[in-house]
Design a protein around this ligand. Structure first.
Ligand code: AMP
Ligand code: GLY
Length: 422
């Protein structure tokens, strides 16, 4: 039975979770929104490990929580939804079985293959040597993927035999010789994030967005958790959206139905568009980060109403509505990230108020009256503008006010030419 949603618990600690808690607080007041473990910027953050489901349950009972929203993938993959389905506390997210779509890349690829979801050609291997032999036949122009949750670090995009060798060496060093691997056709195009709500029967999409995964301007340097995002994406026309629906979303829903997956949560389609053709790179069984930070401020609906409709299996009754204009998120990271970085540095400029800008915290902690750095991705500066340029200008104006030792950010968020979208 679906009960009234009065008190909400958000699981997670990043910018995504700050944006979620902020969105819930718009309709339910900050007093009724809790976050575990949260961070230095999210009110009502409590230092409880979300992987300890019994501790989470005790917390919910103590506070009278009636809805849990799971931000990150680890608790989903560990079965937090299955656990709470046996209690009277409502939870929004896929079950462990459905979360396999994200947690196991091999599972996801076979699912895509079985249901004819448009995706890159692939083969699976159980050890590094066999994968290397096969990838060598592709002259090293391929993508190697480790089969498991690796926070974006288990994927090696190679363009030559020497890059392939280096990738195989790293895989052996990190995971050993006996390792489940996918070797995939390498695609070249524009990547977009298509994220929606699902009740397992239908999907309601938020606006399209683009992440900026690499550390440096011009998409150079190592991969990160995400250096910024913007939404909506100009250039995604109805023809492309129709292809995405027919070739990716519709067969995915068919598969969820036929495999009897209990999937009431967010579904994220990571798509590469090559010459106007969409290919699914990955599913995520959750909201994206940093995409959430631009998607939720744009969403006009009461989030709890959309979630309640999903939990009742009545998502098709909901119409999503969006603010006009563009949203941009510039992520401020610690010096050294994504490698080692210092923590505990004071952050200055957060008291500066701009009504058109939101600052969502990620790796921060509160120490006395100070907010200090406590992670690689530290803050998300999100701005709204009538045009993309206006939103960028407002976001970077705020970025200029904020400061901590070693602070780094990309200056080219939202500056994509997206040649492949049509
Ligand atoms: P994944 O975790 O599978 O989304 O892969 C992480 C990143 O690797 C993606 O965001 C892409 O930038 C890149 N990638 C993954 N698969 C491919 C592919 N088949 N061709 C080109 N790039 C890819
Ligand atoms: N922005 C990519 C992700 O959340 O996985």
């Amino acid at each position: 039975m679906i009960t009234k949603i009065s008190k909400i618990l958000v699981i997670g600690s990043g910018g995504r979770e700050h944006a979620l808690a902020w969105k819930f607080a718009q309709t339910h007041d900050w007093d009724n929104v809790f976050t575990l473990p949260g961070n230095g910027g999210i009110p009502n953050s409590f230092d409880i490990n979300p992987m300890d489901f019994e501790a989470v349950e005790r917390f919910c009972k103590e506070k009278g929580v009636d809805l849990i929203f799971v931000g990150p993938e680890q608790p989903l993959a560990a079965g937090i939804v299955d656990y709470f389905r046996k209690t009277d506390i409502q939870i929004f997210g896929p079950t462990q079985k459905a979360a396999q779509l994200e947690a196991s890349k091999i599972f996801a690829k076979y699912f895509m293959h079985k249901y004819e979801v448009s995706t890159a050609r692939f083969k699976t291997f159980q050890n590094a040597t066999d994968a290397q032999i096969y990838a060598t036949e592709m002259d090293g122009f391929c993508v190697l993927k480790y089969d498991g949750l690796a926070a974006g670090k288990g994927v090696f995009v190679c363009g030559s035999l020497s890059e392939l060798d280096a990738a195989i060496q790293e895989i052996r060093a990190v995971y050993g010789e006996k390792v489940p691997l996918i070797v995939e056709q390498r695609l070249e195009g524009d990547e977009i994030s298509i994220i929606g709500f699902t009740d397992g029967k239908s999907v309601k999409l938020l606006q399209a967005s683009q992440d900026h995964k690499q550390l440096l301007d011009g998409d150079k340097g190592p991969n990160t958790g995400g250096m910024g995002a913007y939404s909506p994406v100009e250039g995604i026309d109805p023809v492309l959206m129709k292809k995405i629906h027919l070739r990716i979303i519709k067969p995915t829903l068919q598969g969820i139905h036929e495999e009897q997956m209990d999937y009431k949560g967010m579904i994220y389609f990571g798509i590469m568009v090559e010459n106007g053709i969409p290919y699914l790179l990955e599913y995520n069984a959750r909201f994206g980060d940093p995409e959430t930070e631009v998607l939720l401020p744009a969403l006009k609906n009461d989030l709890t109403e959309v979630i309640a409709a999903c939990l009742k299996g009545q998502l098709s009754d909901i119409e999503l509505a969006f603010e006009t204009g563009f949203f941009t998120d510039v992520v401020l990271v610690s010096g050294g990230y994504p490698k080692a970085y210092p923590k505990g540095l004071n952050i200055h400029g957060l008291d500066y108020q701009d009504t058109e800008v939101l600052v969502f915290h990620a790796g921060t902690k509160k120490v006395g009256e100070h907010i200090q750095t406590d992670g690689g991705r530290v803050l998300n500066v999100v701005a709204h503008g009538r045009t993309l340029e206006e939103s960028l200008e407002k976001a970077y104006r705020m970025v200029d006010k904020i400061q901590f030792e070693g602070m780094f950010f990309r200056r080219d968020i939202g500056k994509r030419d997206n040649k492949h979208l049509q």
